[in-house]
Design a protein around this ligand. Sequence first.
Ligand SMILES: [Zn+2]
Length: 89
Amino acid sequence: MSGLVADHCSRCGLVKRPGDIFYLARIILTCDFDGELAELKAEEASAGMSAEMAKASARSEEELMNEVYQELYFYLCKGCRDRFVKRAF
Ligand SMILES: [Zn+2]
């Protein structure tokens, strides 16, 4: 966990002073693929696969992995923590 904690709030920029209570928010985003593939005719599937492979090869490995699994960290002051809990979205 070391290295993840900052000296200021990720949201509002409030600088942490000694004794202030801050919070570390860890958000995990995972792909929720249901295992179903849309039905396509053979030609459409072939063309679709070629297009998807071309798109995928244009992006970095990190970008592709982030679409499957990504962890985000935010260091929050008390006020921003409270606002996040009440209304994350
Ligand atoms: Zn804040």
